[in-house]
Design a protein around this ligand. Structure first.
Ligand code: S3P
Length: 439
């Protein structure tokens, strides 16, 4: 049953909240713990459907994973090379990260696994991962268009490769590095544009030998020494900046708001949105900066601000690739025109986020031009959007949450056809909005 909800114009948002654990870090924490020998403990793990799909897959391949009454997750790993043949297809639900990273793990183990997913995931391109993993020796049988359902036959031993990423993608980088863990020799990934570096940080934290250098052309070169032995770790997962993004924009837009979001991950490969919102005039203060579990973290104090339109530099895209849908909402209420381009990757996320956002924003009265690689948005200058429409979320959590926030700054409210996809990444989203005073 769909969860249809209407979000109405809000009074000033106030209070202090914490967002759940980072989704990217949570996936990697489960995967690497499952490959260490001994017990790792994970605190602050995101208990969203995407991460639970990763946990279920790692269990199916031999790891023992339990959640204690103290909310701490305990993982008994099987060791690199020790994954076992899953007894059934691995259901990845809506999660592209689970699928692509786990394909990397399977690619260098002597196992065969079938990956399935929901209607959204089954439309997403997988060739970007099957191409490098095939070079390493894995074999793939894909559905038409290189999509799910898809079968991977791992190569053991796999062949180390040097791979230059043709798209700026942390998922592709991580798939190759994870495959490299059980591959003899050095697996090297070259990324012309830096993407989130959680895999590199966590691999080093678990004791893998990994070097990161900068090439003559400025590219990042990551070299991983294979046949690694991973040591179990105690991991603390910081709050997800990609979830905090929705509350940050809500507080900037709803007049009179001032909120504090505690424990937000501030890894520089993830904070592009904060830089862009500040450049638009957003008041976002970083309090109590600290390092938690090897990642920078801060509390954010965000107060309502008059925003101006902006033109983003395509170079900033990887550091905020998931935050454009909510930036589009901020731009729709800013003063003047925003030019947001270089976003072709948004077309292959959980939905085509350029066209779905353009259609939805138009239906609630925003002025938008859609171009191949982005949107040009003419803002209201702070005036509420008309609202009064129902948005189709296309199984995309970030579409649902972006339009929920748009509803808070609309005259007639915005109805979301189905809030269930939010369970993949931010299950307490509606609860936190209510706690801050939204209707
Ligand atoms: C992720 C990388 C990004 C991002 C996704 C999570 C990750 O995808 O959109 O939500 O955890 O590595 P791409 O690598 O495809 O850009």
């Amino acid at each position: 049953m769909a969860r249809k909800r209407t979000f109405h114009a809000a009074q000033a948002l106030r209070g202090t909240v914490r967002v759940p654990g980072d989704k990217s870090i949570s996936h990697r924490a489960l995967m690497l713990s499952a490959l260490a020998v001994g017990e790792s403990q994970i605190e602050g793990l995101l208990e969203g459907e995407d991460v639970l799909a990763t946990a279920a897959a790692m269990r199916a391949m031999g790891a023992e994973i339990t959640r204690g009454e103290d909310d701490v997750w305990r993982v008994h790993g099987v060791g690199v090379g020790g994954l076992i043949q899953p007894g059934a297809a691995l259901d990845m639900g809506n999660s592209g990260t689970s699928t692509r990273l786990l394909m990397g793990l399977v690619a260098s183990h002597a196992i065969t696994a079938t990956f399935t997913g929901d209607a959204s995931l089954s439309k997403r391109p997988m060739a970007r991962v099957t191409a490098p993993l095939s070079l390493m020796g894995a074999k793939f049988t894909c559905s038409p268009g290189g999509r799910l359902p898809l079968k991977v036959e791992g190569a053991c031993p796999a062949v180390p490769i040097e791979y230059r990423l043709p798209v700026a993608s942390a998922q592709v980088k991580s798939a190759v590095l994870l495959a490299g863990l059980n591959t003899p020799g050095i697996t090297r990934v070259i990324e012309p544009q830096a993407t989130r570096d959680h895999s590199e940080r966590m691999l080093a934290g678990f004791g893998a030998r990994l070097e990161v250098e900068t090439g003559a052309d400025g590219a990042r070169i990551i070299s991983l020494h294979g046949e690694a032995e991973l040591q179990p770790q105690q991991i603390i997962v910081p709050g997800d900046p990609s979830s905090a993004a929705f509350l940050i924009v809500a507080a900037l837009l709803v007049p009179g708001s001032c909120i504090t979001i505690e424990n937000v991950g501030m890894n520089a490969t993830r904070t592009g949105l904060i830089a862009v919102l500040r450049a638009m005039g957003g008041q976002i203060e970083e309090l109590n900066p600290r390092i938690v579990g090897g990642e920078p973290v801060a509390d954010l104090r965000v107060c309502a601000s008059a925003l101006s339109g902006i033109e983003t530099d395509p170079a900033i895209v990887p550091s905020m690739v998931d935050e454009f849908p909510i930036l589009f909402v901020a731009a729709a209420l800013a003063q003047g025109r925003s030019i947001l381009r270089g976003l072709e990757e948004l077309r292959v996320k959980e939905s085509d986020r350029i066209s779905v956002m353009a259609q939805g924003l138009r239906s609630i009265g925003a002025h938008i031009d859609e171009v191949e690689d982005g949107l040009i948005i003419y803002g209201t200058g702070g005036e509420l959007l008309p609202g009064g429409a129902t948005i189709e979320t296309h199984l995309d959590h970030r579409i649902a949450m972006s339009f929920a926030v748009a509803g808070l700054v609309s005259k007639k409210g915005v109805t979301i056809d189905d809030m269930r996809p939010v369970q993949t990444s931010f299950p307490v989203f509606e609860g936190l909005l209510t706690q801050l005073g939204a209707q």
